[in-house]
Design a protein around this ligand. Structure first.
Ligand code: WQD
Length: 343
């Protein structure tokens, strides 16, 4: 058994895939989750897939006392991977205080509890949303960050600023912040995947729910963008590739010869696909036409985002290995076979 790692939000979409990758690489995992957007059944599924049931602590990270207590119990952990956060853009516009309170208090409590228990490594879930509407493609990590059009996006930008100040102030804790592009796909077992609550905000779950008959029709938000077919371009990344990026980040942090206080990496494939290309690719995988309609632009959407992957390749020694067909096929399998069991 290798080192112990605390994974907050370990029952969520990206967290659960990362937990499985960590277990496969013999890490001892402690999941902290409050089930606010996940379910206890995920623990059973992780056990079924990996053969190991991780330690589990149901904790609301907004409470410092509760966070401190669980970190104290697991003070032999070497690192924390902090996924736990609210992530719905539209909900954050409706309820900004809930987002700032949840996403930022939890980060502050995790950092303070790490400090008090000498758990000296952190991987933070950031987002490409910190780039706002970038002027140059592909986006490199040194591109300026911009104020986001949503409170959700802003919590990620502010969190990175907190991490910068914190890591500048003292040398004990080293941090890797991973800026995710657009995670889609599901585990090859078909047992875990994305489980959006209510109406999905994101493209891929909306497509699969439409094909499954849960939604009537996909609305394509605008076809008058300055892109090849007029629809916005994004860098979709397989969630299992994303999980493997966390493993590489963890290995880098634990290898003390390479650590510097704060490092930031894009996690994308470097390839951009438009909304219409995604629909076509989905239709090819599912073998049926998708019901969709072009409608108005969605406020806040930018025309084009795709990652420069050079830094992750050279420094993190990570690059995505799964292609768009793998991503879409696994999303579709997950939607068809098992998603309904979790209701
Ligand atoms: C992709 C494209 C839409 C739904 C958002 C957040 C970001 C991150 C990921 C995570 C866009 C179009 C979508 C639909 C559509 N958050 N679309 N019809 O906007 O790149 O990023 O999710 O936790 O912070 O901003 O991803 O999947 O919402 O949209 O036409 O019903 O699909 O306009 O061009 P986005 P998305």
């Amino acid at each position: 058994m290798k080192d112990k790692v605390i994974v907050t939000g370990g029952c969520g979409y990206i967290g659960s895939h990362t937990v499985i990758t960590l277990i496969h690489h013999n890490y001892e995992v402690v999941i902290i989750d409050d089930f606010s957007n996940s379910s206890p059944q995920i623990l059973d599924r992780i056990e079924r897939i990996s053969g190991v049931r991780p330690h589990f602590e149901q904790v609301d990270l907004k409470s410092f006392e509760a966070t401190q207590a669980v970190f104290k119990t697991h003070k032999d952990a070497k690192a924390v991977i902090h996924f736990a956060a609210h992530k719905a853009v539209a909900e954050s516009i409706q309820n900004p205080l809930m987002y700032y309170q949840n996403n930022l208090f939890s980060l502050l409590n995790v950092l303070k509890a790490q400090q008090e228990n000498s758990i000296n490594h952190l991987i933070f879930s950031s987002s490409a949303t910190v780039y706002g509407n970038p002027s140059k493609m592909p986006i490199t990590e040194d591109a300026p960050t911009q104020r986001s059009s949503s409170p959700y996006g802003n919590t990620k930008k502010i969190a990175e600023e907190i991490l910068e100040d914190f890591t500048n102030s003292q040398s004990e804790i080293s941090v890797i912040s991973l800026r995710y592009f657009n995670p889609i796909g599901a585990h090859a077992s078909g047992q875990i995947g994305e489980f959006p609550s209510g109406i999905p905000n994101n493209l891929m779950p909306y497509i699969t729910q439409t094909a499954a008959g849960i939604r009537e029709k996909l609305m394509v938000f605008g076809n008058d963008y300055p892109t090849k077919d007029g629809t916005p371009i994004r860098d979709y990344i397989h969630v299992v590739d994303l999980a493997e990026a966390h493993l590489k980040a963890l290995e880098r942090l634990l290898d003390t010869s390479t650590t510097s206080p704060l490092e930031i990496f894009n996690v994308g494939t470097g390839n951009g696909f438009s909304v219409l290309e995604m629909i076509k690719a989905f239709e090819a995988v599912s073998g049926s036409p998708l019901n969709y309609e072009i409608t108005d632009r969605r406020p806040g959407d930018v025309p084009e985002m795709f990652a420069s992957t050079t830094l992750a390749k050279n420094v993190l020694k990570w690059e995505a290995s799964r292609n768009l067909k793998d991503m879409i096929q696994s999303s579709w399998t997950w939607e068809q076979n098992l998603r309904s069991e979790l209701k």
